[in-house]
Design a protein around this ligand. Structure first.
Ligand code: FNR
Length: 184
């Protein structure tokens, strides 16, 4: 059975490094992995008075249907972009309908600086743990000085491709072992 992996990209800008990394994932993942992005850029801020918004339903349907979720994100002010937190909050509600418990997740952080989005990654893992997701603990992904990881054509350099190939193989196993949809 193929695996359905949803991606959530933390940056909304067109030339996003996160998005460029996300675009490489299908080619680096084990055969039989299908990727689709859950768009978060147009989601209204979570508001408990508005539980039935169509945009929220679309996000929740996407989270529900996914065997696993891969977050690719920059660090913003030592935390996560607000859009990612908003998406986590939306998919955790309404009461009794939290979609995160037991959902396999992978966090890929990147930054232009030397720390590779470490603090943002920790903040994201904390929110995911609070919501109940099963975030893969190892290997961790901190892509530092991200601009140096692409060649002139915008392709990830071979070392980074190899690293991410290994991470995605581990995540494939993590999803296999943890996704409720995949249990016999
Ligand atoms: C940043 N950046 C950043 N980098 C970092 O290492 N630590 C930080 O706290 C921040 N804070 C921060 C805040 C805001 C509002 C922006 C826009 C940027 C830099 C950022 O992580 C880096 O440029 C990423 O590579 C941007 O990701 P995208 O947009 O290319 O995917």
């Amino acid at each position: 059975m193929s695996k359905r992996i949803a991606t959530i990209v933390g940056s909304l800008r067109r030339e996003s490094n996160s998005r460029r990394i996300a675009a490489h994932l299908p080619a680096l993942a084990p055969a039989g992995t299908e990727f689709h992005e859950l768009a978060i850029g147009e989601l209204p801020l979570y508001n408990g008075d508005l539980e039935e918004l169509p945009a929220w339903k679309q996000l929740r349907d996407g989270v529900r249907a996914a065997d696993g979720i891969v977050f690719i994100t920059p660090e913003y002010n030592r935390s996560i972009p607000a859009g990612i937190k908003n998406a986590i909050d939306i998919a955790s509600k309404p009461n009794g309908m939290n979609l995160w418990p037991g959902k396999p997740a992978l966090v890929m952080a990147q930054s232009s600086g030397p720390l590779g989005g470490l603090a943002g990654s920790f903040a994201l893992k904390q929110a995911l743990a609070g919501a109940g997701a099963l975030t893969m603990p190892h290997p961790e992904v901190y892509l530092s000085r991200v601009a140096t990881l692409f060649d002139a054509e915008g392709k990830l350099v071979p070392d980074t491709q190899e690293f991410l190939r290994g991470v995605l193989a581990k995540f494939d196993d993590w999803v296999e072992r943890n996704s409720p949809r995949r249990q016999p």
